[in-house]
Ligand binder design. Structure first.
Ligand code: ARG
Length: 457
């Protein structure tokens, strides 16, 4: 394609280091769509004759069908999907194929293809995150009243409801979707027609190709158009944030599925056995979601470092933009789908959650608050009194709710029988009625809002 100036062919290793075809063939749909839009525009502008444009487009459509049928190019000498498709076009329609590249460069071509791919990737992620949100909401609604221990430092802190806990992840996923939506709004300008770096002298119509490819309009600066990979970084940064959220939920599933916790039983479909220990049921899918987050962070870091310090305009380093994006997109898709499946099908052992919430003195704050409210004790003093009560309960092997009144009164005579009403875990969660708190009615209100926002019943 560029041999005119060259006397000798490339070294074998040059062919290998230079070729992006092994990975960028994944852009074939976008590449053909971009070429068809370009050929149409060249025809409409009289840069090509109507016949030439029609011949080129028919050839590209035939190649589309071949690629679709699985006959993708693989010859490394063809370098990349752009050259491979152009060379196949020449095989099909002869020398007129050589007119397609008028007023275009691979630099704006690849920038266009990649934008189109990442735009679709954002839409795919959005659609699958929506399904995860729905799964979280459905399970949360089922468990708006199910009490479990809430933790800080992974120590029993205060009782919460499982519904509240699941809705916390719903909030994170909603923010993830909004990050992808922000990026989606920025990505939607077309670099096609920026040519190599400076624009072109041909009377092109960049608005026409932009519209044909579903862009809001053309990009405004030709140098920026061929150099910008922010859109891929936007994707990777949003993917990173999302994968961190998924990894936290995955980690909780791993912990909850462990025997000492026993909060959940993962279904067979998301577990594996051990080749040696017959009793095992391992949370491999959750562990891999946790693990994949690390790789996604790596992909994001990889492209950041590729782009750092690159002068304008295009440099070949930028060819390395695609593998990390593809890898992250595949890993994120798997992670979201696996996590959604686990959320949908996990058996929550609510009896076990409740028992642990009751055994961990998790209503101690409720006792301290009661002393403040009902006996006008300053909070610091109430904290101290409650600490002594917890110690007594620990020694007696009892829960706070089970401690006899005279034991409580021996610690502080201002405690009276009414206190028992606040020491149960149900009373504790029911009392957390502040906006966004864990009281079941609050959780149900937030679920209703979330359903309305997603437009589901
Ligand atoms: N395969 C190249 C890439 O992915 C296409 C652009 C080549 N441009 C160039 N000036 N060599 O970046």
């Amino acid at each position: 394609m560029w041999g005119g100036r060259f006397a000798a062919g490339p070294a074998a290793v040059m062919r290998e280091i230079n070729a992006s075809l092994p990975f960028d063939k994944r852009l074939w749909r976008q590449d053909i769509a971009g070429s068809i839009a370009h050929a149409n525009m060249l025809g409409a502008q009289g840069i090509l004759s109507a016949d030439e444009a029609a011949t080129i487009i028919a050839g590209l459509e035939a190649i589309h069908a071949e690629y679709e049928a699985g006959d993708l190019p693989h010859d490394l000498d063809l370098e990349d999907i752009h050259m491979a498709t152009e060379s196949r076009l020449a095989d099909k329609i002869g020398p007129v194929a050589g007119r397609l590249h008028t007023a275009r460069s691979r630099n704006d071509q690849v920038a266009t293809d990649f934008r189109l791919f990442v735009r679709d990737a954002m839409d795919e992620v959005d659609a699958s995150l929506y399904l995860l949100q729905r799964a979280l909401i459905d399970r949360a609604a089922e468990h708006a009243d199910s009490v479990m221990p809430g933790f800080t430092h992974l120590q029993s802190a205060q009782p919460v409801t499982l519904g509240h806990h699941l809705m916390a992840y719903h909030e994170m996923i909603a923010r993830d979707r909004s990050r992808f939506a922000d990026a989606r709004a920025r990505i939607n300008l077309s670099p096609l027609g920026a040519a190599a770096l400076a624009g072109t002298g041909f009377p092109t119509d960049r608005h026409m190709t932009a519209a044909a490819l579903g862009f809001d309009g053309p990009t405004r600066n030709s140098l920026d158009s061929v150099s910008d990979r922010d859109f891929a970084l936007d994707y990777l940064m949003a993917a990173t944030q999302c994968s961190l959220h998924l990894s936290r939920l995955a980690e909780e599933f791993v912990i909850w599925a462990s025997q000492p916790f026993g909060f959940i039983s993962l279904p067979d479909a998301y577990s594996t056995g051990s080749s040696i220990m017959p009793q095992k049921r391992n949370p491999d899918a959750a562990e891999l979601v946790r693990g994949h987050a690390g790789r996604i962070v790596g992909c994001m870091t990889s492209l950041c470092v590729t782009m750092k310090g690159l002068p304008l305009a295009y440099s070949k380093d930028m060819q390395d933009d695609k593998p990390p994006l593809f890898e992250a997109h595949d890993l994120l898709g798997l992670s979201i789908t696996a996590m959604t499946g686990m959320v949908e099908t996990t058996l929550f052992r609510t009896d076990r959650m409740r028992a642990l919430a009751e055994s961990g003195f998790s209503t101690a704050t409720d006792l301290a608050d009661w002393l403040v409210r009902e006996a006008n004790v300053p909070f610091r003093e109430a904290h101290h009194i409650t600490g002594r009560v917890v110690k007594a309960a620990e020694q007696a092997g009892a829960t706070l709710a089970d401690l006899p009144l005279d034991t409580l009164q021996a610690i502080d005579p201002r405690i009276d029988a009414r206190v028992h009403a606040v020491l149960t875990v149900d009373a504790s969660v029911a009392s957390r009625t502040s906006y966004g708190g864990t009281a079941p009615d609050q959780v149900r209100a937030r679920i209703a809002e979330a359903r309305a926002a997603l437009d589901v019943e």
